[in-house]
Design a protein around this ligand. Structure first.
Ligand SMILES: O=P(O)(O)OP(=O)(O)OP(=O)(O)OC[C@H]1O[C@@H](n2cnc3c(O)ncnc32)[C@H](O)[C@@H]1O
Ligand SMILES: [Mg+2]
Length: 210
């Protein structure tokens, strides 16, 4: 594998507009002397995610922030891949939650999105395989165009109805293998110890900090 570029202590833009993700990435970065600032805090525009893979979208977001802020940027493109749905919603996980909010503007309705997944699974019958995994691709981009990619994954099963109030997105329906609780019922630290994001982050740390 090609040499990795080390991350120096200092400013880093978290190229995400998802508060749940930003919170988790801040916690994961906390031990490394990095000063994270989010794309939202810098008023950087949210680029359109036109890629067809997690890697393409992660790079697109990281590059947009690295150029916009002229500093190193870290993006996360992630999603839920359901075995019985041939990997859907996958790279379109966030799109499945697009909805007109009650205020009339566009927004995201996670309960509706979780119901959409459940609806498609139930159409397949009562004995349908409920296994799914979360995947996360992290992209680091430097203002000079250099970039690095890291992937992580966690396997689990989908539950219905949703359970728990912690975490974000699809956490209330995702029960990681070996646990009785969903991601939204587990302590956030427990999620950080095993999640798809933590798995990708571990690879990033080995490559860019060690
Ligand atoms: O692109 P940014 O601004 O980072 O924010 P986003 O919410 O649009 O993020 P993605 O494009 O990567 O879409 C991935 C979706 O997958 C879901 N997801 C990813 N990681 C998750 C996690 O740890 N727990 C629950 N849902 C997760 C969540 O709903 C995300 O919105
Ligand atoms: Mg997105």
């Amino acid at each position: 594998m090609a040499d990795h570029r080390k991350l120096e202590p200092g400013k880093l833009v978290i190229a995400s507009h998802n508060q749940g993700k930003v919170r988790e990435i801040r916690a994961l970065l906390a031990p490394f002397g990095i000063e994270p600032v989010s794309a939202g805090e810098l008023d950087l525009p949210e680029p359109e995610e036109t890629g067809t893979t997690f890697a393409e979208n992660a790079l697109l977001k990281a590059r947009a922030s690295a150029e916009g802020a002229n500093c190193v940027a870290l993006a996360d493109d992630s999603g839920l891949c359901v075995a019985a749905l041939d990997g859907a919603p996958g790279v379109y996980t966030a799109d499945w939650a697009e909805a007109d909010s009650y205020e009339g503007g566009p927004g995201r309705d996670w309960y509706m999105a979780m119901g959409k997944v459940e609806g498609k699974l139930s159409e397949l019958g009562p004995n349908t395989d409920r296994s799914a995994y979360f995947t996360c691709t992290l992209a680091l981009a430097w203002p000079d165009g250099h970039s690095e990619l890291f992937e992580g994954r966690i396997q689990g099963n989908l539950v219905w109805p949703p359970r728990g109030t912690l975490g974000f997105g699809y956490d209330p329906v995702f029960q990681p293998i070996g646990f009785e609780q969903t991601f939204a019922e587990l302590d956030p630290q427990q999620k950080h110890d095993m999640s798809h994001r933590a798995d990708a982050f571990e690879k990033l740390v080995k490559a860019c900090f060690d």
